[in-house]
Design a protein around this ligand. Structure first.
Ligand code: FAD
Ligand code: NAD
Length: 152
């Protein structure tokens, strides 16, 4: 089985899109991720999968916390910025939430402490304990077959 077939197959699973944010030494870093899931109600746990080569990987280990920003369909540009799909540098305004930077106007922000981390192949699964969250109305940005989609 080659990598392309695996990506084609995994791309058939429609997901939302998140940007993971964290801060180290006063510098905010963001990374687009669709490998996100809810894990546990008691305690409240979520999971993200971050490639070992991503800058975000070491930054989460250092910060020991991160935020998950679930994007609205109006935030496709945010996804493109934090996936490196827009090459020019953009000035993104972050807000502080429980000591972690978040992207405003996301439909959900989750502030998490790292609860556990499991190495899995060329990724690390970071389990986050949700300290606090914001929810607002809006339609989610979706990702299917390697393309952004709108649900509405
Ligand atoms: P970089 O590649 O250095 O940074 C990412 C981009 O964000 C750069 O363009 C950078 O300029 C910009 N940026 C970062 N911080 C700021 C800031 N403060 N202000 C302005 N711009 C900033 N990879 C995974 O490991 N797991 C996933 O679940 C995953 N899901 C994805 C889902 C989608 C829909 C897409 C398109 C990509 C996904 N990726 C995922 C790939 C991942 O988003 C990219 O490989 C990303 O470039 C890795 O980021 P990095 O941490 O290495 O940082
Ligand atoms: P794509 O067609 O590569 O992605 C389709 C699906 O394949 C994704 O939703 C994901 O489930 C899976 N996938 C892709 N790359 C993966 C990886 N390195 N590890 C594990 N699963 C992976 O989508 P695209 O628009 O060409 O993606 C843009 C870039 O973002 C590519 O470099 C891609 O590798 C990366 N990406 C990484 C992940 C991830 O690490 N989990 C997820 C999505 C996209």
């Amino acid at each position: 089985m080659d990598d392309r077939m695996f990506r084609i197959a995994m791309g058939k699973f429609a997901t939302g899109v998140t940007v993971i944010t964290t801060e180290v030494d006063g510098e905010v870093h963001g990374m687009t991720a669709n490998a996100f899931m809810s894990v546990s109600l008691d305690p409240k746990l979520v999971l993200i999968s971050v490639g070992d080569k991503a800058r975000m990987h070491d930054l989460i280990k250092r910060a020991d916390k991160f935020a998950v920003n679930i994007l609205s369909e109006e935030q496709k540009e945010m996804s493109m910025i934090f996936a490196g799909q827009i090459k020019e540098e953009r000035n993104v305004a972050f807000e502080d939430f429980e000591g972690t930077p978040i992207i405003k106007d996301s439909i959900v922000n989750l502030a998490c402490n790292v609860y556990d981390a499991h190495e899995a192949g060329d990724h690390t699964l970071f389990v986050g304990e949700v300290l606090n969250l914001n929810v607002q109305d809006g339609e989610p940005l979706a990702f299917f077959e390697g393309k952004y989609k709108e649900i509405s």
